[in-house]
Ligand binder design. Sequence first.
Ligand SMILES: NC(=O)c1ccc[n+]([C@@H]2O[C@H](COP(=O)([O-])OP(=O)(O)OC[C@H]3O[C@@H](n4cnc5c(N)ncnc54)[C@H](OP(=O)(O)O)[C@@H]3O)[C@@H](O)[C@H]2O)c1
Length: 241
Amino acid sequence: MRRWEHAWLTGATGGLGKSIAYQLAREKRVRQLTLLSHTPGEAERTAKDLAYRYGIQTRVISFNAEKPRVKALRDAARKDMPSLVILTHGIMPPEDLLDPRLAERICRVNTLSMITLTSILTKEGFKGDLVFVSSVAALRAKQRNALYGMSKAALTHYAEAVRQYGRQHGVHVLEVRPGILKTRMSEHVSVPLKEPPQRAARHILTALDKRKHVLYTPGWWYYTMLILRSLPARVYDRMKL
Ligand SMILES: NC(=O)c1ccc[n+]([C@@H]2O[C@H](COP(=O)([O-])OP(=O)(O)OC[C@H]3O[C@@H](n4cnc5c(N)ncnc54)[C@H](OP(=O)(O)O)[C@@H]3O)[C@@H](O)[C@H]2O)c1
């Protein structure tokens, strides 16, 4: 089981992020955990609870993915550089395919903020494991969540390139492609096969142990997406997914 001295985690007030935070702490995989959150009150409560229950050091940095404060983040990285960074924050609001403002907001949170954080960290000399949480929605478009899928497709593309960059710079990239998680984000999606976030968190930490580059969680999504990606447009476009 791998361990890290200090980790940064975004989205720790959300279903997946919180599960990862508790698993990291419970298994004593980190000595220090910094939560980056735009709702500091809730993140502070989680940080205190983690410190109390598991005896790890925790702290919270204010982070709004729509408007990241570059200087504050750079200073925090300079002062105490993590060796594990897990970026789980994200939004999937009700969509209108023809709304450019909404497209901009979704891309700011789901994609551009990831680039900002990656840029700050690598320029400050980050070495270690960097985890991007994308989605199977990145791999083939659907009208009902086109903007979300587009933002994740861009993230998947970016993660692949950072992985190549990282090979020469001591950065290992894991890109996670969850299917549908049982969290607040997908409350309105009525499908029977939602994955509990605790299980996805376990898969992510095991993938880090194995130094994997890409993780589908659950694993059968790999085969599902292989089939969906191979379908011709005239068939795929008519499918109700
Ligand atoms: N749920 C699914 O079915 C599913 C499927 C595939 C991929 N994913 C991806 O998995 C990741 C985790 O999602 P989840 O299911 O855990 O969703 P969630 O429970 O809704 O959590 C989302 C997290 O993102 C944070 N966040 C949202 N806007 C932010 C902003 N402007 N600045 C900083 N943080 C912000 C939220 O903070 P607040 O709570 O404070 O707003 C929350 O902690 C996301 O990247 C999502 O796209 C989810």
